[in-house]
Ligand binder design. Structure first.
Ligand code: IPM
Ligand code: MN
Length: 379
């Protein structure tokens, strides 16, 4: 990354991955290219193989070449991972997910940040009551490189006993907890630690460590919830949350649950941050059966691109993307998961609309809308 005057040079690794990954990522790249043009930045893109796509070509879900592309990049844009053909075979030794988990580990991307925002224009898309979810704005801080995902895994010789260890060290908890406290300081000053400290030793360590750190952040109100209770509170009263801090697997489950508030899992973006590297990825999976049909919602990927820009302090640029997204939602330029008004809006059309908005936020949208809806061709 270099910055001369206000021009930013960023080398971005693009890992489209599997299923709908390539199509949604293409829309995010389009948005980033439009931003580069508009703001005189130089963004270069280098594509790498990961997941089932990488297994098909190289036998390895995380080829060395991909690791080196990522290590040499300023940031990584990740698509999706997984293929149903691996899902029902518990005997497979090589799985696409190892590509994503391996990357998180190798690049030490220990903090995963998942914003959960109830968009005004989508309140009626949620299966929850509007009055319940209105104005929800949560940041989930999910630990990403430890816990049960990465603890020792065992299968007995007779194949009848298996275990996964959930282990955490003080320093693994401290480094993400500091970031979560700081995030709360810049928001509504509330941090909720979600754990299962009534049962799990690892959770009791989380409570102890986070409690100790709290004295360094006296302006943040810290509270605790057990994961089972948090799962319920998140649905009943999501507005009570500001920043949620939690370990790897609880964060995986809670963030997917939280997508119900937003209306579609196709909207949730995330940033996975380490001390040296940063990766930006939708929280949704590969959705294999929707691949290449033009129905995948690219907004999570496009908003992940906005998080990438914010990460480098390009807030005006990130906001422009977010405004484009808001506008697309307002005008119903959305894929079928959200659209009850028009049935001809494809993944690419949503991307085109947001690209067009970035190029010309004031002028073209009404005509553009009409053109894309086939209602008018007069500019
Ligand atoms: C996620 C995904 C991954 C996870 C899978 C694909 C390994 O569900 O990013 O939330 O469990 O972390
Ligand atoms: Mn998940």
């Amino acid at each position: 990354m270099t910055k001369v005057n206000n021009e930013m040079k960023l080398n971005i690794a693009v890992l489209p991955g599997d299923g709908i990954g390539p199509e949604v990522t293409a829309q995010a790249v389009k948005a980033l290219k439009a931003i580069a043009m508009e703001f005189n930045h130089v963004f270069t893109f280098e594509t790498g193989l990961v997941g089932a796509a990488a297994i098909d070509k190289t036998g390895n879900p995380l080829p060395e070449e991909t690791i080196s592309i990522c290590e040499n990049a300023d940031a990584i844009l990740f698509g999706a991972i997984g293929n149903t053909k691996y899902d029902n075979d518990p005997n497979t030794k090589i799985r696409p997910e190892q590509g994503l988990l391996g990357l998180r580990k190798v690049l030490d991307l220990y903090t995963n940040i998942r914003p959960v925002i109830a968009y005004e224009d989508l309140l009626n898309k949620s299966s929850l009551k509007i009055k319940q979810i209105k104005n929800t704005n949560i940041l989930i801080y999910r630990e990403l490189t430890s816990g049960i995902y990465f603890g020792e895994k065992k299968l007995s010789d007779d194949g009848n006993t298996a275990s996964d260890i959930c282990q955490y060290t003080r320093s693994e908890i401290e480094r993400i907890a500091h970031l979560a406290f700081k995030a709360a300081q810049s928001r509504r000053h509330k941090l909720t630690l979600v754990d299962k400290a009534n049962v799990l030793a690892s959770s009791r360590l989380w409570r102890k460590v986070v409690q100790e750190l709290a004295s360094q952040y006296p302006d943040v109100k810290l509270n605790y919830l057990y994961i089972d209770n948090a799962a319920m509170e998140l649905i009943i009263n999501p507005r009570q949350f500001d920043v949620i801090l939690t370990e790897n697997m609880f964060g995986d489950i809670l963030s997917e649950e939280a997508s119900v508030i937003v209306g579609s899992i196709g909207l949730l973006a995330s940033a996975s941050i380490g001390d040296k590297h940063a990766m930006f990825e939708p929280i949704h999976g590969a959705y294999t059966k929707a691949a290449n049909k033009g129905i995948a919602n690219p907004i999570a990927s496009i908003l992940s691109a906005a998080m990438l820009l914010s990460h480098f302090g390009l807030d005006e640029e990130a906001d422009l993307i977010r405004h484009g997204v808001d506008k697309s939602l307002k005008l119903h330029i959305t894929t079928p998961d959200l659209n009850t008004k028009y049935d001809n809006i494809t993944t690419t059309k949503v991307g085109d609309f947001i690209e067009d908005f970035i190029n010309n936020p004031e002028e073209t949208n009404l005509n553009f809308t009409n053109i894309h809806l086939g209602q008018s061709t007069i500019i």
